[in-house]
Write a protein that binds this ligand. Structure first.
Ligand SMILES: Nc1nc2c(ncn2[C@@H]2O[C@H](COP(=O)(O)OP(=O)(O)O)[C@@H](O)[C@H]2O)c(=O)[nH]1
Ligand SMILES: [Mg+2]
Length: 380
């Protein structure tokens, strides 16, 4: 079998160029992502090695051929990223052909299920991607799935660069609101207000008088953050002139039990004291919650004008499909991810790159693909 190589600015371009010349018979064997220096800049490049097939499924012998020829090259896994997966249907190469529409539906369903996407999400994806469409290879199918996933997610970019003055984080008790707000305060102070010190403040609204304010006090002391407390409308009204002096006030809320925050009329009337036009409401949920629980929390807090979703505890789960399904289903843009208890380290902007890093089961090299995403939105 003859192998051909092609070099381009990125993987997608290389594949497109190969297909322009050879059509759909192109099957990628390996890819190599690397960087070259051009002046002060570093430019990404990608070389693909591919072969051509007749438009019929590869037989077992050809597959073996392919695998052994790859072993013959003796190249190390470090320099060549080999696209190989182990699937129980026997296809084990990214270029493996897809034989039938049932086959492609099964591959799509398996892939989305493996990532814990909701059943309704999977059904919609199948009808959107598979109706009247037959993918030639696993790679084509996976690229379409990735596109579908990424298109379905919105990110609240404005909140990173031009946040409203008050950011109110709602959500069930124990989900990580307080910890996340401290991380966010440090993120904003560093990224937006580094030169003008003390422009970010924390405001703790302990409407239940739970006494759970110790933790936030310790954090603010440790990190030199300004912290304010209010238990009543009067206290909050009195604080407003002082809070006006801050560019960003991150508002911590708390309830007595997982579901009570949103039921608190007291919290609601407290929040009404804030200038509503300057308030951005977000819901904190844990990535380890089941899809059904996530939907329930979105409903419970739906009386607030939620603008975004903060997803905590990504370190405690391997899947992100549940969160992406809920975000899409409720048109709720993503804002931040947290992936551990460490303050301020374990906070990520909800970029496509971060999202891709949590997807699994793909034969495609998602890490390399995510490097091609817009680097201006890099994780922190
Ligand atoms: N593993 C993990 N734990 C977290 C994360 N964020 C917060 N926590 C922990 O979750 C617990 C509850 O956090 P807290 O901020 O008090 O939640 P709140 O009740 O919503 O304010 C604490 O032990 C935090 O350290 C995270 O991203 N990963
Ligand atoms: Mg708390």
């Amino acid at each position: 079998m003859e192998f051909l190589t092609l070099d381009a600015q990125d993987y997608e371009t290389a594949l497109k160029e190969a297909r322009t010349v050879y059509g759909t018979s192109v099957r990628v064997h390996t890819r190599k992502d690397y960087q070259i220096k051009k002046g002060l800049k570093k430019l990404r490049r990608c070389t693909i090695t591919f072969y051509l097939v007749r438009e019929k499924p590869l037989d077992e012998e050809t597959l073996q051929d392919l695998l052994s020829s790859r072993e013959d090259t003796g190249e190390s896994e470090d320099t060549e990223k080999i696209e190989r997966i182990e699937r129980d249907d026997g296809s084990n190469l990214i270029g493996s052909p897809i034989e039938s529409s049932e086959h492609q539906q099964r591959l799509l369903k398996d892939l989305l299920e493996e990532n814990d996407f909701a059943e309704s999400y999977i059904q919609e994806a199948i009808s959107r991607l598979c109706t009247d469409r037959q993918f030639g290879t696993l790679e084509e199918l996976e690229m379409a799935v990735l596109e579908y996933i990424i298109e379905g997610v919105t990110i609240n970019h404005g909140q990173y660069t031009k946040p409203k003055q008050f950011f109110v984080l709602l959500g069930p008790t124990g989900v990580g609101k307080t910890t996340t707000l401290v991380k966010m305060a440090l993120f904003y102070q560093k990224s937006l207000y580094e030169k003008e010190k003390q422009k970010v403040a924390l405001l703790s609204l302990d409407s239940y008088r739970t006494g759970a304010t110790n933790q936030i006090e310790l954090f603010s002391k440790d990190f030199g953050l300004d912290l304010f407390h209010a238990h009543s409308e009067e206290e909050l009204s009195e604080l407003l002139p002082t809070l006006e002096g801050y560019s960003l006030v991150l508002v911590d809320t708390m309830g007595k039990s997982a579901n009570q925050g949103e039921l608190s009329l007291h919290l609601k009337s407290l929040l009404r004291v804030l200038p509503q036009k300057e308030c951005s409401y977000a819901l904190a949920v844990s990535a380890s919650h089941k899809n059904r629980d996530l939907e329930r929390f979105v409903k419970l807090f739906s009386s607030y004008p939620l603008e975004s979703m903060v997803v905590t505890k990504l370190d405690e789960t391997e899947d992100i499909g549940n969160v992406l399904s809920v975000s899409k289903n409720n048109d709720l843009p993503l804002l931040f991810f947290t992936n551990g208890q460490k303050v301020p380290e374990n906070l990520l902007k909800a970029t496509n790159e971060a999202m891709l890093s949590y997807l699994r089961g793909f034969a495609l090299d998602l890490q390399a693909l995510s490097q091609n995403q817009n680097t201006s939105n890099h994780t922190l």
